[in-house]
Design a protein around this ligand. Structure first.
Ligand SMILES: *Cc1c(COP(=O)(O)O)cnc(C)c1O
Length: 331
């Protein structure tokens, strides 16, 4: 199959901008030109990378005759907020099962940021204490909705399955056209990697549209490096199989050094990276994903690992809504 044949709905503002970071480059005195792909500006309810996945996931939900989409995430899930908005745009009800998974406390962690926006968007919110509780809540809601004549389409956490991954295959096609128009070929794409759909889509998509470009995911989720590698490789392979594309295991590159203690817990390098991009280019990152990923991007530049590159692109995957939630750890 080709990704252009999959059911798809319109949700985002495409193409998202591809911008130069010349001030940051001058500040760092680094060799490659630095670019940022603004998927934080995807246009759906404060934006982010899930918009691309949801174009295909909501398309599949509609094709399946769903009345309701159900999805999962941590309390401050950007994916949950984007799903709530995407459902509204296409006339579907939305059930969010959010788990208290992150050991972070603060006045707005339970009710501000994405949780507030989920409620504003009219999603039905269910808070779980752990994974078992979340599964029980999901079963109960599904039964109740189906008993009332509805049909539930379940989207995995992060929208990361083969269907969602198609969104980042499409992103690679979009980016290839932008790079060609700007007259360069990117040596590297660097981004935050968590549930793996973004990386799987970019690896498969770059194999098709940007074959000389390497993809580097910065692990922002899983303390067990081997497990993260396994999961991202598995999803990448499944997506490649779906599109009849050949990928090698070594195309999935992950740097695990920037996660810190765990998912959702701030690091000093994250804070420095958020401040650095804000104060050099006026661009806001987020504390959970793109801030840690940008810390990784800066470390690769400072370690000289991009010294043989002409152009490197950081993909800003969104999440800025949670900046105020982490106020105590940002300044
Ligand atoms: C979900 C998310 C990611 C990670 O994308 P995956 O496809 O889950 O790996 C990165 N950045 C932000 C802001 C996100 O919300």
């Amino acid at each position: 199959m080709s990704f252009t044949e999959a059911p798809r709905v319109a949700l985002g503002h495409w193409p998202t901008p591809l911008e130069r970071m010349d001030r940051l480059r001058a500040e760092l005195g680094c060799r490659p030109r630095l670019w940022i792909k603004r998927d934080d500006c995807s246009g759906l309810a404060t934006g982010g990378n899930k918009t691309r996945k949801l174009e295909f996931l909501i398309g599949a939900a509609q094709a399946a005759g769903a009345t309701t989409v159900m999805t999962f995430g941590a309390l401050q899930s950007n994916h949950a907020r984007q799903t709530a908005a995407a459902a509204v745009r296409h006339g579907l009800a939305c059930e969010l099962i959010l788990t208290r998974r992150v050991r972070y406390t603060g006045p707005s962690f339970e009710a501000g940021g994405n949780v507030l926006l989920d409620a504003v968007l009219g999603a039905s919110l269910h808070i779980a204490e752990d994974a078992d509780h979340a599964a029980r809540l999901a079963r109960g809601r599904k039964r109740a909705i189906e008993a009332a004549g509805g049909r539930v389409y379940t989207i995995p956490a992060g929208g990361s399955n083969v269907t969602g991954g198609l969104g980042y295959v499409a992103a690679a096609e979009e980016l290839a056209a932008q790079c060609e128009a700007a007259g360069f070929h990117p040596d590297y794409l660097v981004h935050a990697s968590s549930s793996g759909g973004t990386q799987a889509g970019l690896v498969v998509g770059s194999t098709i549209y940007l074959p000389a470009t390497r993809v580097l995911g910065i692990n922002t989720y899983e303390p067990d490096a081997a497990l993260q590698e396994h999961q991202v490789r598995q999803l990448t392979q499944a997506l490649a199989d779906e599109l009849s594309i050949k990928v090698r295991a070594d195309q999935v590159r992950i740097d695990h050094r920037h996660l810190g203690e765990d998912y959702g817990l701030p690091t000093a390098a994250m804070r420095a990276a958020v401040q650095r991009l804000a104060r050099s280019e006026g661009i806001l990152l987020d504390p959970v994903y793109s801030g840690k990923a940008f810390a990784g991007f800066l470390s690769w530049l400072q370690e000289g690992r991009f010294d043989d590159c002409e152009n490197v692109i950081f993909i800003h995957t969104g999440g800025t809504v949670t900046l105020p939630v982490y106020a105590a750890d940002l300044v």
